[in-house]
Design a protein around this ligand. Structure first.
Ligand SMILES: Nc1nc2c(c(=O)[nH]1)N[C@H]1C(S)=C(S)[C@@H](COP(=O)(O)O)O[C@H]1N2
Ligand SMILES: [Mo]
Length: 183
């Protein structure tokens, strides 16, 4: 290949490369500046912290939650935008808390009846459920840490507390970041 041709081809390649870099730069610049961190759906970096009166404070990824036995419930609740019916899938709240090991005192009669789990959303919204509400020895409601709603993960990828039987949606805490066990 003549020397001039080699130079021309190299120059062509360089131009193409610069164009690709410019286009990807423009795409990156076009992203909204206020994209919240760790909001990528299905990301392994999304975690729910399990803490309080537990033996092991845990930071559970969606992947870890998806590895627990999955349950599905269909529920209806009232909300500001009218009644909503959804099918949720995810692990039992009971299984998630048992992973962390509740520090119940065997010396105290029915110590677990003194406990509650406070769920916190990324917006600091909070609601609590009593341990007895989801414990099969008592009310035994199938409460979930849901990973999907109607077959789809939430837009921000974060799980949602599901509280079947509640008339209003207030305790369906979405965008869960923390489950805190307290006495
Ligand atoms: N994190 C978080 N979860 C929340 C709320 C909230 O403000 N923040 N509102 C609750 C209320 S009052 C209702 S009625 C339902 C509404 O459900 P939706 O957001 O799926 O419509 O979400 C509940 N979960
Ligand atoms: Mo609500």
């Amino acid at each position: 290949m003549p020397y001039r041709t080699v130079i021309r081809r190299l120059a062509g390649l360089a131009t193409a490369l610069i164009a690709v870099i410019a286009v990807s730069g423009a795409a990156a610049a076009a992203q909204p500046a206020a994209t919240p961190p760790a909001a990528n759906t299905g990301s392994h970096r999304i975690v729910v912290q399990i803490d309080g009166a537990v033996q092991h404070r845990l930071r559970l990824t969606n992947q870890r939650l998806a590895g627990l036995p999955q349950h599905t419930v269909t529920v209806t609740f009232q909300s500001g935008s009218g009644p909503q019916t959804h099918t949720y899938t995810g692990p039992l709240l009971l299984d998630v808390l048992n992973l962390a090991g509740p520090r119940f005192n065997p010396e105290i009669k029915n110590d677990k009846l003194r406990y509650a789990v406070t769920a916190t959303g990324s917006d600091d919204y909070q609601a609590l459920v009593a341990w007895a509400e989801f414990d099969p020895d008592f009310a035994g409601t199938t409460m979930l840490v849901a990973l999907t709603e109607d077959g789809t993960p939430p837009a921000d990828g974060r799980p949602r507390l599901v509280v079947p039987g509640d008339l209003k949606g207030g305790r369906y805490v979405s965008s869960l970041v923390r489950l805190h066990l307290s006495r």
